[in-house]
Ligand binder design. Structure first.
Ligand code: NHR
Ligand code: GAR
Length: 223
């Protein structure tokens, strides 16, 4: 009998709809050689929990409202993640800021997708901020997480145009279509062992990525 190499184990943290989680699920086994071993939500009503269940993926709710301190919430997250011996932790629309201890524990194997062309617009309400600034282009970034919010080295970035008639919702929808392209690419690179955090830069195939991350202006396929 031929023994297959064990697949890398991925834990995904969500807070809401989970459409980025769905994009990852849809590429498992084909483009992404990994298993999602657990989906954790800090909100009991997150629609993403049903997406996980429909794909027969283990789910866990750790409600931040049950904890008096952020550190205690983070400690509960750590306990659950470590139960699964995760190789990679993916933040996919996860809306709680993580403590330094949490980030340091997983630094180098903790990814986030943020809906702006970082370093522009860290934090919240990114689409409205791009509209208010009359930016002509906007977009989304996958980055390694470091303790400083939305400041870790960029891995991959995709741009979208801002149109005259856009409001925050129409712009968010255009950005999200690119999210579903670039997050699976970054996760694929990581689980294939091609992507590393090295000091304050991201490396792909041992080469330093540009500060913007790999820049896609019209991404279509995984490669
Ligand atoms: N934690 C650290 N340490 N570093 C990062 O880069 C992180 C992080 C935790 C989450 C995602 C992030 C984003 O992509 C992320 C990156 C939540 C907030 C926030 O202000 C900000 C950024 C991000 C996620 N959250 C409020 C809080 O008090 C709560 C908001 C809510 O619950 O709706 O934690 O944008
Ligand atoms: C995504 O657009 C993601 O970029 C953004 O939230 C959405 C989650 O959608 N993330 C943040 O704003 C992080 N603060 P999803 O739950 O359908 O994947």
């Amino acid at each position: 009998m031929i023994e297959e190499a064990p697949k890398p184990k991925v834990v995904v943290l969500i807070s809401g709809n989970g459409s980025n989680l769905q994009a990852l699920i849809d590429n498992l086994g084909t483009e992404i050689p990994a298993d999602i071993v657990c989906v954790i939500s800090n909100r009991p009503d997150a629609a993403g929990l049903d997406r996980a269940k429909n794909a027969s993926i283990h789910t866990r709710v750790i409600d931040h409202a049950d904890f008096e301190q952020r550190e205690l919430f983070d400690a509960a997250l750590i306990r659950e993640i470590d139960k699964h011996a995760a190789d990679l932790i993916v933040l996919a629309g996860f809306m709680r800021i993580l403590s330094n201890d949490f980030v340091r524990r997983y630094q180098g194997r903790l990814l986030n997708i943020h809906p702006s062309l970082l370093p522009k617009y860290p934090g919240l309400s990114t689409h409205q901020r791009a509209l208010d600034a009359k930016d002509k282009k906007h977009g989304v970034t996958v980055h390694f997480v470091i303790p400083e919010l939305d400041a870790g080295p960029n891995i991959i970035q995709a741009e979208v145009p801002v149109l005259k008639q856009d409001d925050a919702e129409s712009l968010a929808n255009r950005v999200q279509k690119q999210e579903y392209v670039i997050y699976p690419i970054a996760v694929k690179w990581f689980v294939e062992g091609r992507l590393q955090l090295h000091g304050d830069r991201a490396l792909l195939d041992q080469e330093v990525l540009p500060e913007s991350g790999l820049y896609l202006d019209s991404p279509h396929t995984l490669h």
